[in-house]
Write a protein that binds this ligand. Structure first.
Ligand code: SF4
Length: 475
C-alpha cells in the first residue's frame, strides 16, 4: 500500500514547531535508550552478540529462496497453510478471502507492521470487516484515527493526558480518568469481549523458523497470545525476510531484538506456533494461515549492497538514537517505517521519485548504525539512496532512480570542479566571497541552506595569499 503523496518539508516544519511532539518523544526515547544501555553494559559481549546476529541474518540472505521453500514445506507439513503475496493488494485479498471463508465480520489484531504496510485496516473496513487493534498502543491510535509513530511503540507520541481524553471520547461509557491502572482496565474490558467473540485473529511474525516450520512472536501484553490462540482461525503476516534457518539461531536473535527494542532480557510473552490445534488439545486455533509478503523485497534482495537492509529485526533502536527522529517523531516521515531504517527501505519500496526525500533527513552521524543489533550500515545505505536519486538516465538500480537529478545542482558541481582545478579563478572567487562577507548567505540557494545552520565565514585572506605575503613560518 503506497502512502498518499505528502510534503516532507512541510511535515518536518510542522513537527518542529510543535513543542508537545518534541517533549513526548524526548522523554520516552530517553527512557528506551537508558534501558538498552543498562542491559547491554558489557561492550565486548555486545560486540560479539551483534557480530553473531549479523552473521546469522547474512547467512539467511545467502540462502533466502531455499529457506523460504523449506519454511513453506515444513509449515504445510505441520498443518499451517502458506500463501504467497507479491504485492500488498494480493496480501489484502488473501486475508479477506480467509476471513470470508470463516464468516468473520470482525478480526482481532496483534501488532503487525506488515499489516500497516498493506493498509489492511482501511481495506478491511471498505469490505465490511471490522479490524480491532489489541496492542495497547495500536488500540490508542486506532481510536485516535492516526498511524503509528514508532515501529515498536506506536503511540509513543501520546502522553497520559491525551490517552485519557481519547478513551473518554471514543470508548462508549468510559469515564475520564488519568489513572494509568484505570486506563488499562478500560482497554482490557473493551478488548476482552472482542477476543471472546472474534472468529479470526491476526498477528505479525518476528521469526519464522525454516527447520521446524515454527512462527515466533514476541510481545509484552499477552494480546498477541489471545489473537493467535483464542479465535478459531489465526492469520499470521510476515515479510519474506523474517525467515531464519533453525531453532538454535533464535536465542541470540531474540536477545538482540528485545534488548535493542525495550532493554528487556526477554519479552514477557514468547509465542511459538507450529501447528493448528491438534486432535485432543483443548485450545488453540483450528486453522493457521501464513501470508508471506514480498512487496519489493525481492528487488532489494537482488542488490548486493542494499540487500543488507533485509537483515532488519524491526527493533526500533535506530529510531530511538536518531537525532532527527527524536526531534520530529514518526508522523513527519509520512511513511509506515520512519527513522533511519524507514529512510532506507521506504524509497526502495515506494520509489525514489515518491519518497527519495526521506534519505535527506539524516546528518549521517552514524548513531543509528552504532546501535543496530545486526550492524546494518544505515549511513552508507542513506548515501547510496541519495546517489541513486541523482543517477544519470539508464544508471541506478532503485525504483525511481534519477528522480532527484537537478540541472541546477549538476551545474553547481561542474562549476565547483572547474574552480577547484583552476587555482587563479578560485582565488579571485574567494576574494570576491570575502568582500561579500555577511551578504553571502542571503543569496540564492545559500539562503535556504543557512536558514537552519550557522553561515560559513570566508576569511579575508586565503591561506595561499597569506603564504605568498608572509612566507612560510616554521614554529
Ligand atoms: S535497522 Fe537495525 S536498529 Fe533499525 S530497526 Fe532494523 S535492526 Fe533495529
Amino acid at each position: 500500500m503506497k502512502s498518499d503523496s505528502f510534503d516532507f518539508t512541510a511535515a518536518l516544519q510542522k513537527a518542529l514547531a510543535d513543542p508537545q511532539i518534541g517533549g513526548n518523544f524526548r522523554g520516552a526515547l530517553d527512557g528506551l535508550r537508558g534501558k538498552r544501555l543498562a542491559l547491554f553494559n558489557d561492550a565486548e559481549e555486545l560486540a560479539s552478540l551483534r557480530a553473531t546476529g549479523k552473521a546469522l541474518k547474512a547467512r539467511v540472505l545467502s540462502r533466502l529462496p531455499e529457506l523460504l521453500t523449506q519454511l513453506e514445506a515444513n509449515c504445510e507439513k505441520n498443518g499451517i497453510r502458506v500463501h504467497w503475496a507479491e504485492t500488498t493488494e494480493q496480501a489484502n485479498r488473501i486475508v479477506l478471502s480467509i476471513l470470508r471463508e470463516c464468516g468473520a465480520d470482525m478480526v482481532v489484531k496483534g501488532k503487525s507492521m506488515v499489516s500497516e504496510e498493506m493498509g489492511l485496516n482501511r481495506f478491511l473496513e471498505q469490505n465490511g470487516v471490522e479490524p480491532v487493534e489489541t496492542d495497547l498502543g495500536e488500540f490508542i491510535i486506532q481510536l485516535a484515527v492516526e498511524p503509528p509513530s514508532h515501529i515498536t511503540a506506536p503511540a509513543l507520541h501520546k502522553n497520559k493526558l491525551q490517552v485519557a481524553e481519547i478513551f473518554h471520547r471514543c470508548v462508549p461509557g468510559a469515564p475520564y480518568t488519568e489513572n494509568v491502572e484505570e486506563l488499562n482496565a478500560i482497554a482490557r474490558t473493551t478488548l476482552r469481549e472482542k477476543f471472546r467473540t472474534a472468529k479470526a485473529g491476526l498477528s505479525g511474525v518476528n521469526f519464522a523458523i525454516a527447520e521446524t516450520g515454527t512462527l515466533v512472536l514476541v510481545e509484552n501484553e499477552g494480546n498477541g497470545r489471545m489473537c493467535t490462540h483464542v479465535p478459531p482461525v489465526h492469520i499470521a503476516l510476515m515479510g519474506l525476510e523474517k525467515v531464519v534457518e533453525k531453532l538454535d539461531d533464535l536465542p541470540p536473535l531474540m536477545r538482540l531484538l528485545t534488548g535493542s527494542a525495550t532493554g528487556q532480557l526477554l519479552s514477557t510473552y514468547v509465542n511459538a506456533i507450529t501447528s493448528p490445534r491438534a486432535e485432543g488439545e483443548l485450545d488453540g486455533p483450528r486453522e493457521v494461515h501464513l501470508v508471506i509478503l514480498d512487496n519489493g523485497r525481492s528487488t532489494m534482495f537482488a542488490d548486493p549492497e542494499l540487500s543488507g537492509a533485509l537483515r532488519c529485526l524491526r527493533c526500533g533502536a535506530c529510531l530511538n538514537n536518531c537525532p532527527v527522529y527524536v526531534r520530529v517523531g514518526g508522523h513527519a516521515y509520512g511513511s509506515v517505517y520512519p527513522g533511519p531504517i524507514g529512510a532506507v527501505i521506504t524509497p526502495q519500496l515506494e520509489g525514489i521519485d515518491n519518497k527519495g526525500d526521506l534519505a535527506g533527513a539524516s546528518s549521517l552521524c552514524g548513531a543509528c548504525e552504532e546501535v543496530c543489533p545486526v550492524k546494518i550500515p544505515l549511513a552508507g545505505h542513506l548515501r547510496r539512496i541519495r546517489a541513486e536519486g541523482q543517477a544519470a538516465p539508464g544508471e541506478g538500480c532503485v525504483r525511481g532512480a534519477g528522480a532527484k537529478r537537478s540541472l541546477v545542482e549538476r551545474l553547481a558541481w561542474t562549476a565547483w570542479a572547474y574552480t577547484e582545478t583552476h587555482p587563479r579563478l578560485r582565488e579571485y572567487l574567494l576574494r570576491a566571497a570575502a568582500l561579500m562577507g555577511d551578504k553571502l548567505p542571503e543569496v540564492g540557494p545559500l539562503k535556504t541552506w543557512t536558514a537552519a545552520r550557522t553561515a560559513p565565514r570566508v576569511a579575508p585572506k586565503s591561506l595561499r595569499q597569506r603564504v605568498r605575503e608572509e612566507g612560510i613560518r616554521h614554529e
